[in-house]
Design a protein around this ligand. Structure first.
Ligand SMILES: *Cc1c(COP(=O)(O)O)cnc(C)c1O
Length: 455
């Protein structure tokens, strides 16, 4: 598998690149996969091998890797205005158009948009907006941020503090004042004999107890992904947001929906908050915002927050925040096109069309005695590997079961992602039924092979 020649792509990747979120023993043994090009949902490596990418790159390449309309839009915008900022009262026409469009397709009747280069920066920006707002409104002590265990909100010092993953302790994070509530994964965290409704109620009670203990007037906001993505596609327990929202409203705590993965069609609706029937105060977007064709994130403030933040900025004559490439004209042009492609060229429809097949495929693989549960919504799903299905006992961590399954998939030309002991699938919106069959056939062979090895 690995090309060990000192001048191979694998060796050169190893020598000069610091891999992020990569299992180093596995990559040292197998070599990095170095990609050269993409076609539709497939990518190709330096050896000419083809991979069906069942993860849309990193959840984002929803229109595939070579969408002609997106490429053409980028080229045309580079020819017109190849770069600009959004400082000092200047911004590109594309930025104006995109903000209008984002508010139009948002669940809000009015709003304002602020641009970043990534989802992490968008969450970071949202936290700064809340700190700024509460201080301007005479409540500078309202700084604590509520998120959940297993949540993923990014990697900057602040967004990593919001992320509820144990690995951040290697950085001495979270920062003080970032509080993590229970993860709404009933299958894993429901207690013996507890119904799903009781589990949801327990999480809501935990929220209220936390607010009372910390003091409502010390809390700046609550952030949640409608479905946790990098937490392992955790679909919330039944009634979760309906139980949480009234408590947050009661204490005047702003609700931020992190829709970096769930935005623009992934769950079958434009927004994940629609799918789960709740109305946030602001939305965080990135990843599929540009169908992965440009690094970009956006904070979309809803009616009320937009007005309050604008008033606070006017009081001091400036909102002192921004990135050099905020509202980049090429990124904005691509995002406008990506929204059009997803919403008007049949991609969102294809998600709804494929969902029953996707769910049926997951359910079929979950019949395997070493798959504890399948979960998902729209075109995001996961299979949880277990040693013992009845007791939900996981495999010994040293076996690296999900890593092995993902590697076995790679060997067959399928890219999917190990997350904890789960395998995550997040296919692009352009996938066809035969490609979906190919995905499940390859995954099934990988599961059989690895479970035979570790059983
Ligand atoms: C990926 C992700 C982020 C971070 O986005 P980056 O562009 O990687 O910084 C934030 N929130 C969610 C829900 C994500 O999936």
């Amino acid at each position: 598998m690995r090309d060990n020649a000192p001048n191979s792509w694998e060796a050169r990747a190893d020598r000069y690149s610091l891999y992020g979120f990569t299992d180093l023993p596995s990559v040292h043994e197998r070599g990095a996969v170095v990609l050269t090009h993409g076609r539709g949902p497939y990518v190709y490596d330096t050896h000419g091998r083809e991979y069906l990418d069942a993860n849309s790159g990193l959840w984002n390449m929803v229109a595939g890797f070579d969408h002609p309309g997106l490429i053409e839009t980028a080229k045309r915008q580079y020819e017109k205005l190849a770069g600009y900022h959004a400082f000092f009262g200047r911004m590109s026409d594309q930025t104006v158009l995109l903000s209008e469009k984002l508010v139009e397709v948002s669940p809000f009747s009015r709003g304002r948009v602020f641009y970043t280069n990534s989802g992490s920066e968008a969450n970071d920006t949202m936290v700064k907006i809340l700190w700024f707002l509460h201080a301007a409104e005479g409540k500078p002590q309202r700084r604590k941020i509520l998120t959940r265990w297993n949540a993923y909100h990014g990697v900057t010092a602040v967004s990593a503090s919001m992320t509820g993953k144990p690995y951040n302790s290697v950085f001495g994070l979270p920062l003080p004042g970032f509080l993590h509530l229970g993860c709404p994964h009933y299958w894993r965290y429901g207690q013996h004999g507890e119904t799903e409704a009781q589990f949801t109620r327990r999480l809501a009670n935990e929220l209220e107890a936390t607010i009372i203990k910390e003091g409502a007037d010390t809390i700046a906001g609550f952030f949640a992904e409608p479905i946790m993505g990098a937490g392992g596609v955790v679909v919330p327990s039944a009634g979760y947001f309906q139980a949480m929202l009234p408590i947050l409203r009661k204490y005047g705590i702003p609700v931020i929906s992190d829709e970096v993965i769930t935005g623009f069609g992934r769950t079958g609706n434009t927004w994940g908050c629609e799918t789960y029937g709740f109305m946030p105060d602001a939305i965080i977007s990135s990843k599929n915002l540009t169908a992965g064709f440009f690094p970009m994130g956006a904070v979309i403030l809803g009616d009320e927050l937009a007005d309050r933040v604008q008033a606070a900025a006017e009081a001091i004559e400036e909102f002192p925040h921004g990135f050099t490439a905020s509202g980049h004209p090429v990124g904005c042009a691509i995002a406008l096109k990506a929204i059009d492609v997803v919403m008007n060229e049949g991609l969102a429809e294809n998600v709804r069309h494929l969902t029953p097949h996707f769910e049926a495929g997951l359910a079929r693989l979950a019949e395997n005695p070493n798959i504890g549960e399948w979960r998902g919504k729209g075109l995001m799903g996961a299979l949880e590997a277990v040693k013992d299905k009845a007791t939900k006992t996981p495999f010994d961590g040293s076996l690296s079961v999900s890593e092995r399954i993902a590697n076995a998939c790679t060997d067959q030309g399928l890219i999917c992602r190990p997350l904890g002991q789960a395998i995550v699938l997040c296919p692009p919106f352009i996938m066809t039924l035969p490609q979906m069959d190919e995905m499940f056939d390859k995954l099934e062979r990988a599961l059989k092979q690895v479970f035979a090895e570790v059983a």
